[in-house]
Write a protein that binds this ligand. Structure first.
Ligand code: PGA
Length: 250
């Protein structure tokens, strides 16, 4: 399966900063990117267009959105509809990132609606899942993965081939510098793979599973070599072209 190297820029970068980083990424990554890899950047809304322009002509560099509201349009002050993102050249959206779940208060019902709506609008969805530290300590990793996958996909109906990716991101490893060990990642990804097979059948076996949580140039190669790791979702270490290029080419 091909590997997806995804950058989540969160609430960082003005348009000019985003464009400069996107250009650095193309310059440093494109000439050596292995044929089975794709780069995907999730900038803040305001920089999506600038990043898309910087990626013009690069078939294996894509742009996604970190968030959206699951309606076509309407009286939703402050929100952005998927069709507005399509208009900017976005093909992907993130749903269920731990900061949306645990900082911004998005719950399973809304996340299920967002997954289903984005897929119906023709987007590719990266559904993020992962346990908190107290859930890990209580031996509940598999239960949390099962629950978040089942809930997130509960309204989705038939999912087109290639339209879904899952990112396993243990909450305690995001932005903390603490990366899950290889054994923990292997176990969580194998469990996620089995569960996706149960829910989606054959398609579940072809769904990319990304690891996220303190991925850095120093650990990317080992993580990317693990079974059932089909890519990475990178926050802090994706903010410069130099750092992200070492991950994308690891
Ligand atoms: P991090 O963030 O790489 O800074 O831990 C990952 C993420 O939030 O997707």
């Amino acid at each position: 399966m091909k590997k997806l190297l995804a950058a989540n820029w969160k609430m960082y970068k003005t348009r000019a900063e985003a464009e400069a980083t996107a250009r650095d990424m193309v310059r440093l990554i494109a000439p050596s990117l292995p044929a089975d890899r794709e780069v995907l950047v999730f900038p803040p809304f305001t920089a999506i267009e600038a990043v898309g322009l910087a990626f013009a002509g690069q078939a294996r560099f894509g742009v996604g959105a970190q968030n959206f509201w699951p309606r076509k349009e309407g009286a939703y002050t402050g929100e952005i509809a998927p069709r507005m993102l399509a208009d900017l050249g976005c093909a992907w959206v993130l749903v269920g990132h731990s900061e949306r779940r645990w900082v911004l208060g998005e719950e399973d019902g809304l996340l299920a609606e967002k997954v289903a709506f984005a897929l119906a609008e023709g987007f590719k969805v990266c559904l993020c899942i992962g346990e908190k530290i107290e859930e890990r300590r209580a031996g509940r990793v598999e239960e949390i993965i099962d629950g978040q996958l089942a809930a997130g996909l509960s309204a989705a109906g038939d999912i087109a081939d290639g339209a879904l990716a899952v990112a396993y991101e243990p909450v305690w490893a995001i932005g903390t510098g603490e990366v899950a060990g290889p054994a923990d990642i292997l176990h969580a990804h194998a469990h996620t793979r089995t569960r996706l097979g149960t829910i989606l059948g054959e398609k579940g076996l072809r769904t990319p599973i990304l690891y996220g949580g303190s991925v850095k140039p120093e650990n990317a190669s080992e993580i990317l070599s693990l079974d059932n790791v089909n890519g990475v979702l990178v926050g802090g270490a994706s903010l410069t072209g130099e750092s992200f290029s070492r991950i994308a080419l690891a």
